[in-house]
Design a binder for this molecule. Structure first.
Ligand code: ADP
Ligand code: 5GP
Length: 290
């Protein structure tokens, strides 16, 4: 391969300016996709005449759409045979048609998001799965309020809103919870307004809550999809609770006793998924919301 062409300082600074303007344009287009101002159709059309948009990676375009995170974007690109670094300009006619079809079926600016509720016995891996989905951007994951004390690795506003009993009472009185329940001596509740806002924005929403709460959600919002996460075996569940190391022996024994009752509730749920691999569970949840 020959050496790259030598640019004069003026050419170099012009090229840098052009690249910066293109990046700015792509960022602006992505923001407008995120706010549902632009659909995938608009962007594919824009790319015909706008060089900066044409150079946007397909992955970036997909991940800017509401309801699409890394996992769903990967699955779609694999399905449509689009390579990981492909730019919009490099899409074939067939791929453009397939992308349009896919999004006419599934994501539409005006479509409200889907609500998935993930429950299962303590220690089965619910928060591990939920945090993976939050990171991938495939779901808007609700942050619950709780009266439980925070664990050393937990952050207020990220893992939970840690609030007092009095504040929890006040929120019940003002009807601020979509559902709430008591579990192992503490109370937990899902903030209603935040969940509704996310659904209205077209985001797919995940609630990671215990079984009573899941039943309450279904009775308020029958379109909610209830998913029960099961351990591969009882022994594996015990090992996971012990391995997590967040509870002393008494608390763990209490949680295991609750887990036995919780396992019996699986039949109420729309889907039962065995958590033998976090990656597989994540992919299944993404596909349930697609
Ligand atoms: P839950 O939120 O359901 O109480 P956690 O997400 O805290 O459960 O998981 C309990 C423990 O099990 C954690 O130490 C976590 O790393 C581990 N774990 C979760 N999923 C898996 C899996 N598929 N395989 C092995 N260990 C897992
Ligand atoms: P942990 O104390 O282990 O974080 O959570 C205990 C249980 O409370 C778990 O089963 C968890 O899913 C559930 N939980 C967390 N947030 C909520 C919530 O907002 N509502 C309900 N009903 N349960 C929740």
């Amino acid at each position: 391969m020959g050496a790259p062409p030598q640019l004069t300082p003026e050419q170099r600074s012009a090229a840098l300016l052009k690249a910066a303007a293109s990046r700015k344009r792509r960022a602006e287009v992505k923001n407008r996709i995120k706010s549902s101002e632009l659909t995938i159709d608009h962007v594919l059309e824009l790319a015909q005449n706008d060089e900066a948009v044409a150079k946007m990676r397909v992955r970036e375009l997909l991940e800017a759409l509401s309801g699409v995170g890394k996992v769903r974007a990967n699955a779609l690109m694999e399905k449509l045979n689009i390579s990981a670094t492909r730019r919009i300009a490099g899409l074939g006619r067939h791929q453009i048609k397939e992308l349009r079809n896919e999004f006419m079926k599934t994501t539409h600016a005006a479509r409200p998001g889907k609500l998935l509720v993930l429950s299962g016995p303590g220690g089965v891996g619910k928060s591990t799965v939920a945090s993976q989905l939050r990171k991938s951007g495939d779901f808007w994951v609700s942050v619950s309020a709780t009266t439980r004390a925070s664990r050393s690795n937990e952050l207020n506003g990220i893992d939970y809103y840690f609030i007092s009993d009095e504040e929890f009472d006040r929120r019940i009185k003002h009807d601020e919870f979509l559902e709430w329940a008591e579990f192992a001596g503490n109370r937990y509740g899902t903030p209603s307004a935040e969940v509704q806002d996310a659904l209205n924005r077209g985001e797919n929403v995940l609630l990671e809550i215990e079984i009573d709460g899941a039943k309450q959600v279904k009775s308020h919002l029958p379109a909610a999809v209830l998913v029960f996460l099961e351990p591969p075996s009882w022994e594996e569940l015990v090992a996971r609770l012990e391995g997590r190391g967040t509870d002393g022996p008494d608390r763990r024994a209490h949680r295991l006793q609750l887990a036995q009752e919780e396992l019996a509730a699986a039949s109420f749920f729309d889907h039962v998924i065995v958590n033998d691999s976090v990656e597989r569970v994540v992919a299944q949840l993404v596909s349930l919301a697609s």
